[in-house]
Design a protein around this ligand. Structure first.
Ligand code: URA
Length: 234
């Protein structure tokens, strides 16, 4: 397997980040290798990266139904993280959550140890839509559909990429909708709704690209992706 792919697959770094590390040299069997195309022998080569021996770990792909109260990080000084919901055996595989959901957001979290795929899924250039179910404390209407479609401005001067809003029910004090965005700016949907003069009162992620949250997973439960789901993502 190519050296850049080998390191990216087994770490949190994207292929282009890994290439920068390789330019400085990676110790393989005691020799400094600077060629990203170096063919790693998975059985025999001893690759040292960031000061430790780098072992080939099978890629794993997990979907988890995140409950509120957990942060999407691998560790946190204050809060429980989504990794706390995994078994000890699954926790040790260099796994990390792809993208983030707020502490009070529920729903689909994708976890993997495949840095390459992770980068692809969160890169705004790849235009991968994430779909959410949202409830707000105001009346959504066509105005918001058009506003979000044309690119709403958040954080003073950031123009969001076009988002798709499908209203399910709209009442004066409470509305529900599906919203699809292709970026993952901090508190993005909450900020977009704020621009429309509303507060998010409930948010749940339903899908990331073609990967849909399994309805059978209760809050806090997870499962490995099946081969078909993995193929669709890769
Ligand atoms: N947008 C938000 O505001 N919060 C999330 O958790 C995800 C998207």
């Amino acid at each position: 397997m190519r050296l850049d792919k080998f390191i990216s697959n087994n770490s949190k770094y994207s292929r282009s980040e890994v290439k920068k590390f390789i330019k400085k040299g990676i110790l393989i069997n005691g020799k400094l290798i600077k060629d990203a195309k170096y063919d790693v022998n998975l059985d025999n080569d001893m690759v040292i990266f960031e000061g430790i021996e780098f072992k080939h770990i099978e890629n794993i792909y997990i979907m988890l139904n995140k409950p509120q109260g957990y942060v999407s990080a691998t560790r946190d000084a204050r809060d429980k993280t989504v990794l706390d919901l995994l078994s000890d055996e699954d926790k040790i595989k260099n796994i990390f959550p792809v993208g983030r959901l707020d502490k009070d957001t529920e729903g689909l979290i994708f976890l993997t140890n495949d840095g390459h795929l992770s980068h692809k899924l969160i890169s705004p250039q790849k235009n991968i839509f994430k779909k959410y179910y949202v409830e707000v404390d105001g009346e959504l209407n066509e105005e918001e559909v058009k506003l979000f479609e044309s690119g709403v401005i958040i954080d003073k001067d950031y123009m969001c990429k076009p988002a798709i809003l499908e209203i399910i029910e709209a009442k004066k004090m409470k509305s529900s909708a599906y919203i699809q965005i292709s970026e993952g700016k901090f508190h993005q949907i909450k900020k977009m709704m704020k621009v429309a003069g509303m507060n998010v009162i409930y948010l749940k992620r339903l899908s990331i690209g073609k990967l849909k949250l399994d309805d059978n997973l209760k809050l806090g439960e997870y499962r490995y992706l099946n081969d078909e789901e993995v193929k669709e993502l890769i």
